[in-house]
Design a protein around this ligand. Sequence first.
Ligand SMILES: [Zn+2]
Length: 274
Amino acid sequence: MKGCLDEIEQQRQCAQYQLQAHEVEGNNDETLRFLRDLYARSRRGEDVWDELSNYQKSRKSGVTGPLIKNAFRRFVGALQGNRCCYCRRWLLNIAHAKPIEHVLPRNSYPQFSLQFWNLAVACFDCNQLKKEAVWGSFLPDLPEYPCATAFTEFFHPRFHPYADHVSFERRETNHVSHVTYTGHTPQGEHLCSELLYIIAARENLYRNNPSLAEAVATLQDFQEQHPEGDLPALEAFRSSLNDSLQCQLDDSGLDEWPLKGPEPETRPSRRHAR
Ligand SMILES: [Zn+2]
């Protein structure tokens, strides 16, 4: 079925992951045993994500939470062409800059906190924007993870081939750059209207402001030199910077609507994200 991953491809990805669950092949079996135990607990409604993240985290090798997450990032990041699952910008080669995204957020759906299909790799900005947002109308106590064809209301980065749903265009000259996203399906249009138009507006703002672009690049360079979890203050600063950009964009809107906020009932849907 076009626009949706078929069963054969899903089985192929599961089988492939089981061979790559740890960067050291000899640790694969122990990793999978550990993940199966955690997964069984998550299915009873326990959010096990922090436990995974902290597992043996002081160790530099062997079966540890950070190494399991790194192997997952590498596996799913490769499926995504090393680009963010939502905005398709390149993922930087640091854990900070490519958080693992819970498609159905773990706060609302703890039973899927370790569900293989519920996890993708996003960029810092998309992950922050999407984090707790509940898209679609799946009930919080849903017992089983919905099948691929059930995701009709929003874009699912593991089940929906990106190009079938969204296209993007980046134009750069010596002095300016401009990005647009266009949704081609109801799921793609939803992604544009909920998230991508903000990403595009921010990028267009700071890319065309050389001193701001330089400052953001400096922050990213600094982050690259530090391992995951070491820079909570810097992450908080980047989050505040994004909020500040947001305010500037909200204030500059020609249509008098904030870029992100409660949707007025009369607001037309934004099919194109610019
Ligand atoms: Zn992104």
